[in-house]
Ligand binder design. Structure first.
Ligand SMILES: *Cc1c(COP(=O)(O)O)cnc(C)c1O
Length: 328
């Protein structure tokens, strides 16, 4: 499969990965609906997914599609963490060897988790792009099969299974709010949602500190942006200079874009703790941030946003939640 994935590919992915993923709950938040005037607001709880993020869907769809000869060669990837965890977890479950390349930016607790899942970790470079260079060198010398984080039809179709599960439970969804980093999540979800109901409005969520995909959409070609530190570290990283799938799909399928600040991310984290007792990482909350910050008009709409992951450092999490308590 080497072309833009379709709804059919997402259905095939869903059947393939069912044994190794969770069909996560869709949680309703009537409190936020009241505040925003929405008809209803729902969270797809991928923070409860295997390995703590949705990335296991794409990784499983790719690895379970490999033939025996490819499995024998082992797999290799580069990642800000959650994709690496997902690849390590799925590969270990299938008895396939895995190598994960990380940049020095990735928090060390994340590297340790990947090692504990049974993968070999290679840490090199100051940015995601440099980690990618290291990955190409190892792949060339050892012949491992690449499992990329987003720009692959199998990965996109795998992430798209999230939308199949949402629309099965809430076919009347009006608005879908989805994070943008490399764009695999958005490309998959938006493709499935628009194929099933073209009337669904798709909102792209970017962060001020690393809006590479949004800048690329504006420029019409991949743009490199300087990565600044962010508490939404899972959204760091460029989209690849030779991007083939996600930029085109995101450009064609997303109806509106919003950009979220660091303070707004923290507000989202605290809101989900205080009102839903949910622990969600920075990258996961920005749909909630967008609604709390009135960045998007959801009046009268049925809105779904994906709480994409739960990989946040405990000390950092506690300090964010405590900040607010001290202000009172
Ligand atoms: C990877 C990731 C994203 C963004 O997904 P892309 O496919 O790279 O756009 C969002 N949230 C979390 C928690 C992630 O791990």
């Amino acid at each position: 499969m080497n072309q833009i994935p379709t709804l059919h590919d997402a259905y095939c992915a869903h059947a393939r990965i069912k044994p190794v993923i969770k069909n996560t709950p869709l949680l309703i938040d009537s409190g936020l609906a009241k505040i925003t005037g929405a008809e209803s607001i729902h969270y797809k709880l991928e923070c409860l997914q295997e390995t703590g993020a949705f990335k296991v869907r794409g990784a499983a769809n790719k690895i379970l599609s490999l033939d025996p000869g490819q499995r024998q060669k082992g797999v290799i990837t580069f990642s800000t963490g959650n994709h690496g965890k997902a690849v390590a977890h799925v590969a270990a479950g299938q008895g396939v060897k895995a190598v994960v390349c990380l940049s020095e930016h990735v928090p060390s607790y994340r590297a340790d988790i990947i090692k504990n899942l049974g993968a070999r970790v290679s840490i090199k470079g100051k940015s995601q792009d440099e980690a990618e260079k290291n990955y190409y060198e190892i792949m060339a010398s050892r012949g491992h099969i690449p499992v990329v984080p987003f720009d692959d039809p199998f990965i996109i179709a795998g992430q798209g299974t999230i939308a199949l599960e949402i629309l099965e439970k809430l076919p009347a969804t009006d608005v879908l709010m989805v994070q943008l980093s490399g764009g695999g999540l958005m490309a998959g979800i938006a493709m499935v949602a628009k194929s099933i109901n073209p009337g669904i409005r798709i909102i792209g969520l970017s962060i001020q500190q690393s809006p590479a995909l949004l800048e690329s959409v504006k420029a019409g070609a991949p743009v490199e942006v300087d990565e600044k530190d962010t508490i939404a570290d899972s959204l760091l990283g460029g989209i690849g200079i030779d991007n083939r799938f996600t930029l085109k799909m995101v450009k064609n399928l997303v109806d509106e874009h919003v950009v979220i600040s660091e303070e707004e991310i923290k507000d989202g984290i605290r809101y989900l703790f205080e009102h839903q007792r949910l622990i969600v990482e920075g990258a996961g909350v920005i749909g909630v941030s967008a609604m709390l910050g009135n960045k998007i008009d959801v009046t009268g709409k049925r809105v779904v946003t994906v709480l994409t992951g739960s990989s946040i450092n405990t000390a950092e999490y506690i300090s964010i939640v405590q900040d607010k308590l001290q202000q009172r």
